[in-house]
Write a protein that binds this ligand. Structure first.
Ligand SMILES: *[C@@H]1O[C@H](CO)[C@@H](O)[C@H](O)[C@H]1NC(C)=O
Ligand SMILES: *[C@@H]1O[C@H](CO)[C@@H](O)[C@H](O)[C@H]1NC(C)=O
Ligand SMILES: *[C@@H]1O[C@H](CO)[C@@H](O)[C@H](O)[C@H]1NC(C)=O
Ligand SMILES: *[C@@H]1O[C@H](CO)[C@@H](O)[C@H](O)[C@H]1NC(C)=O
Length: 476
């Protein structure tokens, strides 16, 4: 349906298309800067020159000389893309429009929307982003024997939403190669412990539908009603898909996480996750993943089950997860954290399981149908998550103990930013320098949105993009 060529695109484009391949269509990927900090006990926190990049699969890939989509709802147009080399000759990939992707960044604060509004109509955005370094490769965060802190506002995430911050062991370059010179700067190379089968694998067209498994550490999968953190170690061919997660509600602490609860999800707070090794070094064996929160100027220790469990340890993994032994549990997870992993941000909901594994039944207080995306869209179309103030480094160096002295490098003036001083909820759309997708306009009756849609989201004059269902929006 997107095969109609639209001829109103600006003329400057042709000049930028000298390079063939499913190469960048423009010279500037337009990825918004997101300030982060790397911390050490000795040196305090040092500001990093980082940005976020939207996943490759969310982008418009189209013919090099025109505006015909090279992708379809189920993969690629096999006439244009029978193999990597031909696809690279025929097609280019566009810089993202972050505003229409539901992403806005201001300073150190990242806001992600489940749905985006246009002319009073909401369509599904559900963005996924990676943290990119100044060198154009992904930041390979090495957290073994270290910790990660960030602030989060998930007050608008209802049952069924998942505001996620996690790590996967993707290739640092996103699989950049001769046919994909953009690589990480265009968000290629996604993998995780569910072994996804995607149209591109490690930056290369994947016509045979191979899965792409990699070690994954879920730091936060949560909404305002429930949360879990979960290691998912892998072998070379498969992963611990269930993992040995810690969810306070599932541990019987049902008043820990929620609006007005111990961790009051109606307001922002800080989350710190520590990866403790057997010998306290950054090369030791991972033996424990600890967790704490800071809110209203107080450190809140993790919830503790009636049997005394308040963190993830190897023995906890072996007792709660039948696959832990197969995949090596924390030991394997720790090796990946030592090599370095890519930081990923996403917001999503789930049309088949309604996210029940996270927040319903024994996992949380939500009803088994509350997470239906249609219900979320009808009741909470502006649902979003805000991640900010991201810091990583030595144990106890990334947060300030609000209770007083004695905590790590709290003398460092650069880490005095805590949740209390950081409750910015107003967000400014980022101005990207993308200019080439301006004219990407869908014709009357054409698709303009929906989960997985990577084509144009603007409609021809006189028509508007209207949501038919979470998977399909149409210019009417
Ligand atoms: C695939 O591309 C060819 C060549 O441009 C075009 O003729 C055909 O209609 C496209 N198929 C689909 C399903 O879009
Ligand atoms: C990005 O999309 C927004 C709306 O979704 C639109 O208003 C804006 O003009 C677009 N920006 C560019 C540079 O295409
Ligand atoms: C991904 O691609 C990069 C660059 O081509 C390569 O170095 C790396 O080994 C690949 N990783 C996997 C798991 O295939
Ligand atoms: C980090 O701080 C905690 C709590 O104050 C303390 O128990 C622990 O020993 C500290 N760890 C390191 C490595 O400084």
């Amino acid at each position: 349906m997107s095969s109609t060529r639209v001829s109103i695109i600006g003329t400057g484009l042709a000049l930028l298309r000298l390079i063939q391949a499913q190469q960048p269509a423009t010279s500037d990927p337009g990825n918004p800067a997101l300030t982060t900090w790397k911390c050490s006990t000795a040196g305090g926190c040092v500001q990093q020159d980082t940005s976020v990049v939207l996943d490759w699969g969310f982008r418009w890939i189209h013919t090099a000389g025109g505006y015909e989509s090279c992708t379809t709802s189920s993969g690629v147009n096999t006439t244009l893309c029978p193999d990597e080399a031909t696809c690279a000759q025929n097609c280019v990939i566009e810089a993202a429009n972050y505003t229409s992707a539901g992403v806005s960044v201001s300073g150190d604060s990242l806001t992600m929307q489940q749905y985006v509004e246009s002319n009073g109509v909401y369509s599904n955005a559900s963005p996924r982003l990676y943290l990119l370094g100044a060198d154009g490769d992904y930041v390979m965060m090495q957290l073994l024997g270290g910790e990660l802190s960030f602030d989060v506002d998930m007050s608008t995430l209802p049952c069924g939403e998942n505001g996620a911050l996690y790590l996967s062991e993707m290739s640092a370059t996103g699989g950049r190669n001769e046919y994909n010179t953009g690589g990480a700067q265009y968000g290629s190379g996604y993998c995780d412990a569910q072994c996804p089968v995607e149209t591109w694998k490690n930056g290369t067209l994947n016509p045979t539908g191979q899965s792409y498994c990699c070690n994954e550490m879920d730091i936060l999968e949560a909404n305002s009603m429930a949360n879990a953190y979960t290691p998912h170690p892998c072998s070379t061919t498969d992963c611990d898909k269930g993992g040995c997660g810690f969810n306070p509600y599932a541990q019987g602490v049902t008043n820990y996480w929620g609006p007005g609860d111990t961790v009051d999800t109606s307001k922002p707070f800080t989350i710190t996750t520590q990866f403790i090794t057997n010998d306290g070094t950054k090369t030791g064996t991972l033996i424990e993943i600890r967790r704490q929160y800071i809110q209203n100027g107080k450190i809140i220790p993790n919830a503790k089950s009636s049997s005394g469990v308040d963190s993830i340890t190897q023995s906890w993994c072996e007792s709660s997860d039948g696959s832990a032994a197969t995949f090596g549990g924390l030991t394997t997870m720790g090796q990946a954290l030592g090599r370095g992993m890519v930081l990923i941000f996403s917001i999503w909901n789930d049309g088949s399981q309604y996210m029940n594994w996270l927040d319903s039944g024994s996992s949380g207080p939500c009803s088994s149908t509350a997470g239906n995306p249609a219900t979320i869209l009808a009741q909470d179309p502006t649902t979003h998550v805000i991640f900010s103030n991201i810091r990583w480094g030595d144990i106890n160096s990334t947060y300030t103990n609000p209770g007083g002295p004695g905590t790590g490098s709290s003398s460092s003036s650069t880490i005095v930013k805590t949740t209390a001083s950081h409750q910015t909820t107003t967000t400014k759309p980022t101005t990207t320098t993308t200019t080439t997708s301006v004219g990407a306009t869908q014709t009357h009756w054409g698709q303009c949105g929906g989960q997985g849609w990577t084509g144009p989201t603007a409609c021809a004059s006189g028509t508007t993009c209207q949501v038919q269902n979470p998977y399909y929006s149409q210019c009417l």
